[in-house]
Design a protein around this ligand. Structure first.
Ligand code: BTN
Length: 348
């Protein structure tokens, strides 16, 4: 990863923009070439001048692409950066619905904040906001999400499900299953899910999801699904050192943030379509298989109130069901699961 001061002032703004298409075309030409390809050939195949080719190559290098060669000898693409740039995210992405535009930023206060703003302004479903690092990353229940640059995945996706807000708990669980499946596929690990959507490895928090929505006339106007994953994070500050983990710390190897993001979009699209086709029971079964919450003692804080019991099930609408000591069944749709001796510390 190049230091951020090398990041060019002009950023890729989204897959739909003309500039992005031009970079994608240039990268596609370089990827397709079996041997070094000259500036002249690139210029002719892209219908632009050689100077424009050169300029774009410099820009790609500044974003971390390793490109060898000179105009006359020809250029060769040696390596691509593991940076969630639109061209990388969209390369080989097997989705139909979630295909961007991808708005990439080296740093942002919070991808959820920008995505919410874009949602308000009418950005379409599938719009993605990604950052290499966040200065004010937000977790659930007003917490901070520590988001160091270049090592984690910080992404927000805009959804526009034609549904009432009461379906939000089901969407929340769906997003967590997609994240778990993506981690299984790409990193060959089996994360547990702590209700509603914390991703855990060995009792420590690997990732989390923050869903935020705006409603109109009893309908979801837009939903922002923000996911944070500790991918190649080498360590954590303060109390997090005991409660959080990263893929790198857990597996001893580096993992591709771009591959994880693509896999999450693919898994989520498939599950989201199932969900829209009223197949949530299938998704719920997948959630339950990965649950580290069910069958264990649990306490839920809901503001000033605390409910304690055993987490016996998740209802068909996504609510957690707690059986209290008095034998009462309590439905929980929001709040925070407190630590218990079995699942380890709550690290929200
Ligand atoms: C949690 O508390 O478990 C949820 C964490 C969600 C963090 C992600 S990182 C990308 C997106 N932007 C934010 O500010 N938060 C979410």
């Amino acid at each position: 990863m190049k230091p951020s001061h090398l990041s060019p002032p002009t950023l890729p703004t989204g897959a739909a923009s003309e500039a992005d298409q031009a970079f994608r075309a240039l990268l596609a030409a370089l990827r397709a070439a079996p041997e070094p390809v000259s500036g002249e050939t690139l210029a002719a195949s892209l219908g632009i001048s050689r100077a424009a080719v050169w300029k774009r190559l410099q820009r790609l290098k500044a974003w971390g692409y390793e490109i060898a060669g000179e105009p006359r000898q020809g250029y060769r693409l040696l390596a691509v950066p593991d940076r969630p740039l639109p061209f990388e995210v969209l390369e080989g992405l097997a989705t139909r619905r979630f295909r961007g535009p991808v708005h990439y930023h080296p740093r942002l206060p919070s991808t959820n904040d920008l995505a919410k703003e874009m949602g308000r302004q009418g950005a379409p479903e599938g719009t993605l906001v990604v950052a290499d690092g966040q200065e004010a990353g937000r977790g659930r229940l007003g917490r901070q999400w520590v988001s160091p640059e270049g090592v984690g995945l910080y992404v927000s996706l805009i959804l526009r499900p034609p549904l009432p807000p009461s379906e939000l708990p089901q969407i929340t669980l769906t997003v967590a299953v997609a994240a778990a499946q993506a981690l299984e596929r790409v990193a060959q690990i089996a994360p547990g899910i702590k209700w509603p959507n914390d991703l855990l490895l060995g009792g420590r928090k690997l990732g989390g999801i923050l869903t935020e929505l705006e409603t109109e006339a009893e309908r979801i106007r837009y939903l922002v699904v923000g996911m944070g994953l500790n991918v190649n994070t080498p360590g954590f500050p303060g109390e997090l050192a005991d409660t959080a983990t990263s893929l790198w710390l857990a597996t001893g190897r580096r993992h591709s943030r771009v591959a994880l993001l693509r896999a999450w979009l693919e898994e989520l699209e498939a599950l989201y379509e199932q969900f829209l086709h009223r197949q949530f029971p299938v998704i719920l079964r997948a959630w339950k298989r990965r649950s580290v919450t069910l069958g264990k003692p649990a306490r839920v804080r809901q503001g000033e109130r605390e409910v304690a019991g055993v987490a016996v099930d998740v209802a068909p609408d996504g609510a957690l069901l707690l059986r209290t000591g008095a034998g009462q069944l309590v439905r929980v749709t929001s709040g925070e699961l407190a630590p218990d001796p079995v699942t380890g510390p709550g690290v929200d």
